[in-house]
Every structure is written in C-alpha cells, then in structure tokens.
Design a protein around this ligand. Structure first.
Ligand SMILES: C[S@@+](CC[C@H](N)C(=O)[O-])C[C@H]1O[C@@H](n2cnc3c(N)ncnc32)[C@H](O)[C@@H]1O
Length: 402
C-alpha cells in the first residue's frame, strides 16, 4: 500500500526529528556500514558466489588463452594432451583461482559470466549474442518486476538476460513451438542459475495460439520476439500488451525487418517503428600494437521497436513525407490481394499516411508469399534432428546430474 503524503508542516517536523535521530544514530550507522562493506556477499537462489561447488560450470583458461569449460564432479578429471586436472582440486577453491595439472600446466579458473556462458552453452537454435541481448534489455526498457513475454525461446540465451533484468519478482513468460528446444533452454537456464528460475515459465506451443490462454489482455509490460515471422504475432501481442508497453523484434535479414515495419504500420495502434543494428569491434591491446582486432562478427541481426497505443487510438499522422519511390505509385499496385488500393498519399498533400490505414501500394517484402519465408530462405542453417537429440540429452543430463 502507498504511504499517505504528509503536508508541508508535518514534513518539516518529521525532517527535524529525523535529523536529530540520524545524528544520534550516525555512529551506529557508520559501524554497521563498515561491517557491511567487509562482509562477502552470499549466494542467492539465482546467483552463485563464493567457492566452486559440485555441479557448477567452471571456465578454465590455459597459458595460450584457450578456454575450456568443465562441470564439476567429485573424482572426475579434465584431460588434455599435457596432463590432467582433478575436479577435486577445483571443488571448494575460490572463484579466480589458479590450479596446476599433473604436467605443471597452470589454469586460471573462473565462474563464467552470463556472456561467457551463453557463448559456450549447448545450442538447439541460434542464440542472440550478448551484444544484442544488452541492447534488448536497455532499449525495450526491461525493468525489475516487469511481466515480459518472449518467443521463441530457442536455446534460452536471451531468456537468461531477461530473467537477470526482471529479477525474482518479475515474470518471464516464454513460448516455444518446439518441445525439444524448450527442454534445451530450460536445461541451460537450470545449469546457469543453479535451479529453475522462480520467475520463468516456458509454454510449449505457437505464440499466437497459446498466448491468450496464458495472459489477460493488456497485462504484459514488454514483448520480445526472436523468430522467423514476427509479423504473424503482431495482433496477438498487441492484445496482450499494456498501453505504452514495448515490443522489440530481433530479425536476421532486411527483408524480415521491412515486413515487420510495414505490418506494424498497416495494423495501426502502434507508434512509428524504430530500427537499428549494433556493430561491436573488439580491440587488440599489446604494447604499441593497439588496434582493432582483425576478426569480428560482421553481422548478427537487426532490432526494431514500437510501443502499444491505448485501445482505439491511432498514431498521429506522420507529417514527414516518405522518400520519393519508398512506396510504389498508387496506379502501379503490385500487391496481390489489394484490389481496392487507396493510396492516401495521393489525397493528402503532405504525403502522410494515417497509421491505421492499409499500407498504400506494397513493398517487396510484403509481396512475398507466406510459404516462401523459410529458415533456409533467410539464411538459417537448422541442425539435424539427430544433433538436436544429442544436445538435448547432454543438457538434460548435465542439468539434472544424471
Ligand atoms: C532463433 S530461435 C530463438 C533463440 C533465442 N532467442 C536464444 O537467444 O536462444 C527462434 C525460435 O523461435 C521458435 N518459433 C518460431 N515461431 C514461433 C512461434 N510463432 N511461436 C513460438 N515459437 C516460435 C522456433 O522454434 C525457434 O526455436
């Protein structure tokens, strides 16, 4: 419940009393603060701290900078062509230790950061890289305690960043069409957090079909879509989102980006979409040789955001005229199915288009038939069923200790 706001006189009196009280307790507070700053923070149900424990993943860096990840088991050994390391030497050692193997090779042992973990964890589907997860958390304004819908789950990489941002008091409602991918994602999450995250629910099924059974209309703060055809879900997520809520989509190609943008405009009830990509270039730092690294991830994906308007509201008419040729001429309608094309730009001297109107003319991406949007067509390389079965076994085996 919200506390009543005191009036001005009351506030002054309260402040004066509080000042005296704080002077009297200042020494005690200082002592408490000093004690608090020296105590090591304890583990929480979703964040491990302190010494390495059985079942944890530990990242080992060898003298050449190569990374190896081990899951700690009593009595087990990590072998290389130069000797082996006993897991027992790591169990109970502090994070950030150096351990030496039987051939006197030193390894630096660290608990993986989330960004390390997602890059090395087993994958069913392609993951969203940390640089994009960071953008999503910030630009979709994912906040502690938020109710967030996510689809698809894939390998669960983005889910983990979303869970970190909403915390244990938030709710992450994730949807995934493929049962095997959902299992892999849950196993990855369990292995990282050390247990099932209390804020996470994974529903197996198509988002459009299952979302209305899981959430009430207008009850979701944020929606994140990472899938082949996010435009198919716009109506369903528009219904679920709270007024002012944010939708963010991650897509791999410009053709998908264009299709989402045009469908958002065509549907109305959304703000004008904004799109961008982020390019991160690592740097080589050695003596006087300080320069960009030679290799980089040249492309991951594009992000596009929009916000949900209040029910029945259409966005104000855009006053900026679309660039000449951005949309086909009214007379040159190539949109299959658009037999009564009403190009509002022809009537409106500003060239603006009311948000709720159908898209005037068409764009290349909207002309593409639904069946043409396949994973292979947008450049994905899906793994074979056999490989997915093996990954699923390894993840479920790793995470439940069997
Ligand atoms: C690229 S993966 C997601 C990866 C995930 N964001 C990660 O970081 O690990 C896309 C997933 O979306 C799922 N998918 C596609 N369309 C869907 C829909 N309409 N409803 C639910 N899941 C869907 C696919 O099965 C696939 O697993």
């Amino acid at each position: 419940m919200t506390a009543p706001i005191p009036d001005a006189a009351e506030t002054t009196a309260t402040t004066a009393a509080a000042t005296t009280a704080s002077a009297a307790t200042a020494a005690a507070t200082t002592a408490t603060t000093a004690a608090a700053t020296t105590a090591a923070p304890a583990s929480s149900p979703t964040h491990r701290r302190g010494v390495f424990e059985v079942g944890e993943r530990v990242q080992l860096t060898d003298p050449k900078g190569r990374l190896h990840t081990v899951t700690l088991e009593p009595g087990r050994e990590f072998h290389t062509h130069r000797g082996f390391l006993r897991h027992d030497d790591l169990i109970g050692a502090p994070d950030g230790s150096v351990v030496t193997n039987t051939a006197q090779v030193d390894y630096l042992a660290l608990r993986p950061l989330l960004s390390d973990y997602v890059m090395s964890m087993p994958r069913g589907a392609a993951v969203i890289y940390p640089k994009d997860s960071g953008q999503i958390v910030q630009m979709a304004d994912i906040f502690p305690g938020a109710t967030v819908v996510e689809a698809g789950v894939g390998s669960g990489a983005l889910s983990m960043s979303l869970l970190r941002a909403i915390g244990e008091q938030g709710r992450l409602l994730s949807f995934e069409r493929r049962e095997d991918f959902a299992e892999i994602a849950k196993g990855n999450g369990r292995a990282f957090f050390g247990a099932d995250h209390p804020a996470w629910t994974v529903t197996v099924g198509d988002l459009v079909q299952t979302l209305p059974d899981v959430v009430a209309p207008g009850s979701v703060d944020r929606v994140v879509l990472d899938m082949l055809a996010p435009w198919e879900c716009l109506e369903a997520v528009g219904e679920a989102l709270i007024a002012g809520g944010v939708l963010i989509c991650y897509v791999a190609t410009t053709t998908q980006l264009s299709r989402v943008a045009e469908e958002i405009r065509a549907q109305g009830g959304w703000t004008e979409p904004a799109a961008w990509e982020s390019i991160v270039r690592g740097w080589h730092l050695e003596g006087l040789a300080v320069r960009p690294q030679h290799r980089m991830h040249g492309h991951t994906g594009f992000l596009i955001t929009t916000r949900r308007l209040a029910p029945g509201v259409a966005a104000p008419t855009r006053t900026r005229r679309p660039a000449k040729g951005a949309y086909p001429d009214a007379g040159a309608d190539t949109n299959t199915g658009a037999d009564t094309n009403t190009d509002t730009r022809a009537e409106d001297p500003s060239g603006a288009r009311p948000a709720a109107d159908p898209v005037p003319g068409s764009t290349a991406s909207m002309d593409i038939p639904d069946e043409a949007w396949t994973p292979e067509a947008v450049g994905e390389h899906p793994k074979s069923d056999k490989t997915i079965r093996r990954i699923r076994r390894s993840v479920v085996g790793t995470s439940d200790g069997s």
